[in-house]
Design a protein around this ligand. Structure first.
Ligand code: AMP
Length: 590
C-alpha cells in the first residue's frame, strides 16, 4: 500500500528555476501548487509514513481505517487529500471532522487553515461545546467547506438546521477511541446515520477497541487499512521511567524530580481537578511558574494557557487527562504521571505529549507501592519496559544546581543580557567596590555569584530519606536508602526497652525524638513500631532509630526533617489496632 514513487516535479534540466524551491516529497501525490507551496512554507518536505500510506488511498476516494497516534502526522494524512478534492466554489460543508475535544478540534482546524493558506476561497469553521452558539451559526452562515467539531455540538447544529450536511463528501472521525472513551459514540453514530449515502468515511484511532471495529464495519465500505506502528518509534524517542513513592511523599518527590529532570516544558498529569490545584499551589510556593488545565478552566483561558506553554511563558502545566486531550506542544521535554493513568491507552496518550516533532522526550511515572502491580499492563501498552529510577537524592540535585550555575555563568560570559552602557555601569560598580573594599577580583566574582542565588540556598541540606523509596529484592518493596551503606559506616540503631525508665540520653545527631501513646500495657514491641512506621513513611527500617517502650507510651527516634504531610499521615496510623497518637517529644514528657 505504501507508495515510494520518486518526486517527479522540478527534476528536468529545463526546470533550473524551480529547483531553487526544494522539490517536495508531496509532489508525487499530484497536489496543486497552492497546497505544495503551503506545505513548503510550513516546512513539510517529506510525507510521514502515515501520509505516504493514506494519502493515495484517500485521493482515490476510498474509505479508510487508520490506526495511528497523535504525532504521526495523521492530521495532514486526511486533511491534504480532503483539501485536494474540494470544490472551492461550493460554499456548503463538504468535509466534516469529528474530534473528541475542543483542543483537538481547534488544532485540526488550524492545520486545515495552514495547509489551505494559499487557497483563499477555502474556509474552515470549528464548532465545539462551551463556546457561543450564535457565533458559530454566523460563521457557518458565512459559508465553509470544512467543519471541524466535537460530536455533541455538531449534533446540536444539525438538529437545529444550522449545519447543512446535504452536500457532504467526506466525514473524518479523528481519535475515534477517545470519542468512545469519552462517551460520544452514540452521538457519532447519530451523525453517521444522517449523512448522504455517497460519502467517504475516514476513521483514525490510536487503538482499535471492539466498538470502534464494529463502527468501521457498519459504516465504512471496504476501507483501506493503514496501521502505523508508532510504538517502537515513539518508545525509542521517549525514555520511560517509574519511581516508587509512598502517597504522602509524592509532592516532595515531584519537586525533586523537577529540580533534577525538569527542563524546557513539563506536563504533570494528575487524576482529579483538586489534585491539579494542590500540585500547582505547592509548586508555586517553591517558586515555579505553573499553569493548570482542568475541566473547570474556561475555554478561552485554556487556549491562552496552551499558547503560554507553547511560547515558553510558562514551563509547567498541571493537567487532568480530559483537559489535556490532543494537546500538541512541541517543546514538552518531560511528562510526569504524578497519578497513575486510568489504563494503558491513557498512559500511551499521556507520554505521547512529549517526544514530538522528532524530538526526544522523558516520561516519569509515579507509583505508590500498591500501584506497582499495574506496571506490567502499562509496559505492555507502551510496548517496552519502563525502567525504575529513584527519587533524586540531595547529592543528585545539588550536583544539578552546581552544573546549572556553571552553565548560566558560562552563558552570561558569552552572551550578555546588558547593553554597552549598562555593562560600563556594572564595570564601574565592580571597580569601585574592589577599590573601597580592597578585595581581589576572585573575591568580588564570588560575591557577585552569591548575589545571583537571590537568597536561595545553593545546596539542598537535610534528610532525603523520606522521599527515597526503592524496590529492594524480588517481590518486596523496600523503604528507603540504606544509610549505613551510603555513609560507608554501619549505623544500626540501638533499640531498647526501658520499662518505667526515663528516655536514655538525647537522640543521635540527625535524629528527632517522637512520642507515641502505646506501651507495655498495649503489648507493643519495637518490631511493631518499626514495621508500621516504615510502611507509612517509606523509611528504611534501618533509618528508624532508638525505640524505648514504657508502660503507657514509647519514644521513637526518626530522621530529622520529616515533612509535614508525613507527620500528618503518621498521626492517623494505627498499630495493633490502636491509634499511635504520635507527637513530637518534649523535654517535659520525661
Ligand atoms: P499530528 O499527528 O497530525 O498531530 O502531527 C504531529 C506534528 O507533526 C504536527 O506538529 C505537524 O505539524 C507535524 N507534521 C505532520 N506532517 C509532517 C511532515 N510531513 N513533515 C513535518 N512535520 C509534519
Amino acid at each position: 500500500m505504501t507508495s515510494l514513487i520518486e518526486p517527479t516535479n522540478g527534476s528536468g534540466p529545463a526546470d533550473a528555476i524551480e529547483t531553487l524551491l526544494q522539490p517536495s516529497g508531496f509532489a508525487h501525490f499530484g497536489f496543486g501548487p497552492e497546497l505544495l507551496d503551503a506545505l513548503a512554507a510550513i516546512g513539510y518536505s517529506e510525507p510521514s509514513p502515515i501520509q505516504q500510506a493514506a494519502i493515495p488511498e484517500l485521493l482515490l476516494g476510498r474509505d479508510l481505517v487508520g490506526q495511528a497516534q497523535t504525532g504521526t502526522g495523521k492530521t495532514a494524512a486526511f486533511a491534504l487529500p480532503m483539501l485536494a478534492g474540494l470544490d472551492p466554489e461550493q460554499r456548503t460543508p463538504q468535509v466534516l471532522v469529528l474530534a473528541p475535544t475542543r483542543e483537538l478540534a481547534l488544532q485540526v482546524a488550524a492545520a486545515f487553515n495552514s495547509y489551505a493558506a494559499r487557497l483563499p476561497q477555502v474556509r474552515t469553521v470549528a464548532i465545539y461545546g462551551g463556546a457561543d452558539f450564535r457565533d458559530q451559526i454566523q460563521q457557518l452562515r458565512r459559508g465553509a467547506q470544512i467543519v471541524v467539531g466535537t460530536p455533541g455540538r455538531v449534533m446540536d447544529h444539525m438538529r437545529q438546521g444550522t449545519l447543512d450536511l446535504s452536500s457532504l463528501r467526506a466525514l473524518v472521525l479523528d481519535e475515534a477511541d477517545e470519542m468512545l472513551r469519552m462517551g460520544f459514540i452514540d452521538d457519532v453514530e447519530w451523525v453517521l446515520g444522517q449523512l448522504p449515502e455517497q460519502r467517504q468515511v475516514v476513521l483514525f484511532s490510536a487503538t482499535m477497541p471492539a466498538e470502534i471495529r464494529r463502527i468501521s464495519q457498519q459504516y465504512l465500505s471496504s476501507p483501506a487499512e493503514v496501521t502505523i506502528r508508532t510504538k517502537a518509534a515513539d518508545a525509542g524517542r521517549i525514555r520511560q521511567r517509574y519511581l516508587t513513592v509512598h502517597a504522602p511523599h509524592k509532592l516532595g518527590a515531584l519537586e525533586r524530580v523537577l529540580e533534577s529532570e525538569g527542563g524546557e516544558g513539563v506536563i504533570i498529569f494528575a487524576r482529579t481537578k483538586a489534585i491539579t490545584l494542590t500540585v500547582a499551589e505547592s509548586l508555586e510556593a517553591h517558586g515555579y511558574d505553573v499553569a493548570v488545565l482542568n475541566g473547570d478552566v474556561p475555554q478561552a483561558q485554556r487556549e491562552r494557557t496552551i499558547q503560554r506553554l507553547r511560547n515558553g511563558q510558562v514551563d509547567i502545566l498541571v493537567a487532568t487527562d480530559v483537559a489535556a486531550r490532543g494537546l500538541d506542544v512541541d517543546r514538552i521535554g518531560l511528562v510526569i504521571n504524578y497519578d497513575i493513568p486510568f489504563d494503558g491507552e491513557a498512559y500511551v496518550h499521556r507520554i505521547g505529549r512529549t517526544g514530538r516533532a522528532g524530538r526526544s522526550g522523558e516520561a516519569i511515572l509515579f507509583l505508590t507501592p500498591r500501584e506497582r502491580r499495574f506496571l506490567g499492563g502499562l509496559e505492555r501498552a507502551a510496548g517496552k519496559p519502563i525502567e525504575p529510577m529513584e527519587v533524586p537524592s540531595n547529592g543528585t540535585i545539588n550536583q544539578h544546581r552546581l552544573d546549572r550555575l556553571r552553565q548560566r555563568l558560562t552563558g552570561a560570559l558569552n552572551e550578555s543580557g546588558c547593553n554597552e552602557e549598562e555593562r560600563a555601569l556594572l564595570s564601574e560598580i565592580l571597580q569601585r567596590v574592589a577599590q573601597e573594599q580592597s578585595c581581589s577580583p576572585e573575591r568580588l566574582a564570588l560575591a557577585a555569584l552569591e548575589l545571583s542565588l537571590a537568597g536561595k540556598p545553593l545546596l539542598l541540606q537535610g534528610n532525603d530519606d523520606f522521599t527515597s523509596v526503592r524496590p529492594q529484592g524480588p517481590g518486596r518493596e523496600g523503604y528507603g536508602r540504606d544509610r549505613g551503606a551510603r555513609d560507608g559506616a554501619s549505623r544500626e540503631p540501638r533499640r531498647g526497652t526501658a520499662r518505667g525508665e526515663r528516655p536514655q540520653g538525647p537522640p543521635e545527631d540527625n535524629m528527632e525524638r517522637f512520642r507515641v501513646e502505646l506501651g507495655w500495657r498495649d503489648r507493643i514491641k519495637p518490631g511493631n513500631l518499626v514495621g508500621a512506621i516504615a510502611n507509612e513513611t517509606g523509611l528504611n527500617g534501618k533509618s528508624i532509630g532508638r525505640i524505648q517502650i514504657f508502660d503507657a507510651h514509647s519514644t521513637v527516634d526518626l530522621p530529622k526533617g520529616m515533612p509535614a504531610e508525613v507527620f500528618e499521615s503518621l498521626k492517623t496510623l494505627r498499630v495493633l489496632s490502636k491509634p499511635l497518637q504520635i507527637s513530637r517529644f518534649r523535654s517535659s514528657d520525661q
